[in-house]
Design a protein around this ligand. Structure first.
Ligand code: GLN
Length: 517
């Protein structure tokens, strides 16, 4: 029988609920337990695809093409597994389904209500998705007390009448004049109890370890035993958290309450080795991520994490700098360059300038999606001297449309989930740099785009030395410089990088760009 752990955030957002959930996934799966995450998000968007990366951070794309938020990236990076769109349940998805059902006549004669119709739908999804697992970890997006997530929490209360459900409260101890304060935790716990839910584990974010008497006080007011209250410190690397919680015995607390038994002894050897490499690396490198959403580095969360993974694997300290494509100076202080993906005209010329500089100086360069498209634009303009060559995304009237809209995209007008999304398997040509990197001729990576390299120009571009090293049918998937120092991918290799299994392309970049400390 599947057991359920529901993670609730209290007091405020930004406490690292996603990292906590990801850490629990790792702690459970490391014991051979079958576990997956499910995330509830109260917003009325059906998915994250139409959200602004400035405000919401990056849009993460799952293998099946579902557009989700950043938390899913962490789930996959910690768990080391690819998730499906079933792992995301949003307010938008639920209401779309409910209204479609109502129009079809599924509820004839009834008035359609939050309870039971919406809550039943949620429970049905939870049970179906959780089938066959040992533990389904459910993260409720937002904070307890929000209107947006209230019907999800109500559905979980109801679920606890039918199944084994453990509620975990993530809370925060603010520091005032050097002292950690427990009152907000007491009050927010009461708020949760007013929903008819009793958390049996509390995890506390705090700037320093809470004292024994503070833990006892929280225990007294919340009815949670001191041994079921855990400390979630600020860690240097997010990948430390599973070990920090493991040491405090969080598995035992969860297992006792749910009657879980580990299927194998946990093995943290590789995880610890990678953390050690992060702590005392032998090499170093400075990498610039050039993009236009740099004011919110969360917009490039997966690119950053993929660099961390490669750095840990290669014992390399990767110093990452986010560089604004509209206002960068020179690339001299960087050892490697990433041109990130993106949409819209702003910052495009800056990215092209940076590509030119990197190409001419022979700096290791990785172009991702838009970055790859602009590598081709730059080459056309500066090597082939095709003046004004461009992507029709930015200049529909260019004389040399070296990047053009995908044919199947031409008739699409709706914006939601209509890009070329998710995994496509590219065929890599033998003898290319990319083949050397992947050591395979068929590789699946995830996509999110509407434009492609215009097949009409491939021959001429190749004649001048640029090489298209991978294709999906006739869509160019990768490009590389004859110097072997630049690679562009139409896909987003950062999305498949895991802590214990880094992306091969990022390993290439870091290896090319690093030097001894
Ligand atoms: N705007 C480009 C396209 O739609 C690139 C998208 C991206 O970088 N994700 O093709």
């Amino acid at each position: 029988m599947t057991k359920y752990v529901v993670v609730l955030g209290s007091i405020m957002s930004g406490l690292g609920k996603g990292i906590l959930t990801s850490s629990l996934l790792k702690i459970l799966s490391n014991r051979g337990l079958k576990t997956l995450p499910l995330k509830f998000d109260g917003y009325l968007n059906v998915d994250c695809g139409t959200m602004n990366p400035y405000r919401h951070g990056e849009v993460f794309v799952l293998k099946d093409g579902t557009e989700v938020d950043m938390d899913f990236g962490n789930y996959e990076r910690f768990l080391g597994k690819d998730l499906t769109g079933e792992s995301s349940l949003t307010g938008g998805k639920i209401f779309k389904t409910i209204i479609e059902k109502e129009r079809r006549g599924d509820f004839l004669g009834e008035d359609v209500q939050f309870i039971p119709h919406v809550t039943d739908l949620i429970k049905e999804h939870v049970k179906k998705y959780g089938k066959g697992l040992d533990v389904l970890l459910i993260e409720v997006g937002g904070t307890v007390g929000d209107i947006e997530n209230s019907y999800f929490i109500e559905a979980m209360r109801q679920l606890s009448l039918e199944e084994d459900v453990l509620f975990l409260q993530l809370s925060y101890l603010p520091e005032v004049n050097g002292e950690l304060k427990t009152k907000p935790t007491q009050h927010s716990n009461k708020l949760i109890q007013s929903y008819g839910i009793k958390p049996s584990i509390i995890v506390l974010r705090a700037s320093k370890p809470p004292s024994k008497s503070q833990i006892e006080k929280i225990s007294l007011y919340t009815n949670v035993k001191p041994s079921d209250i855990f400390y979630d410190p600020k860690v240097k690397s997010i990948y430390e958290l599973p070990l920090v919680l493991e040491k405090q015995g969080i598995f035992k607390a969860i297992a006792q309450k749910l009657g879980l038994k580990e299927r194998k002894k946990p093995n943290w050897e590789r995880w610890k080795k990678l953390l050690k490499n992060l702590e005392s690396p032998k090499y170093k490198t400075n990498i610039a991520i050039i993009g236009k959403y740099v004011e919110n580095p969360d917009a490039y969360a997966s690119v950053k994490e993929a660099l961390v993974h490669a750095g840990a694997w290669l014992s390399t300290e990767v110093n990452i700098e986010f560089v604004d494509s509209e206002s960068y100076g020179t690339l001299d202080k960087y050892d490697g360059i990433i041109i990130a993906g993106g949409f819209g005209k702003r910052g495009i010329e800056g990215k092209i300038k940076a590509i030119k500089e990197a190409r001419e100086k022979g700096k290791p360069l990785l172009g991702i999606c838009l970055g790859m498209q602009l590598m081709v634009v730059e080459w056309a303009r500066n090597v082939l001297k095709w003046r004004g060559a461009h992507s029709t995304e930015f200049n529909p009237k260019t004389k040399y449309p070296v990047v053009d809209i995908l044919p199947e995209q031409k008739s699409i007008v709706k914006k939601g989930a209509t890009m070329r999304l998710g995994e496509y398997v590219m065929e890599i040509k033998k003898g290319t740099l990319l083949y050397n990197i992947y050591k395979k001729d068929r590789v699946g990576e995830r996509h999110r785009h509407r434009y492609e390299i215009n097949p009409k120009y491939i021959k001429e571009l190749e004649k001048s030395g640029l090489r298209f090293s991978a294709f999906y049918k006739d869509i160019p998937e990768a490009v590389e410089y004859p110097s072997g120092k630049g690679i562009g991918l139409q896909a987003h290799p950062e999305l498949t990088s895991k802590f214990e299994k880094p992306s091969k392309v990022f390993l290439w970049l870091v290896k090319e760009a690093r030097s001894k400390k």
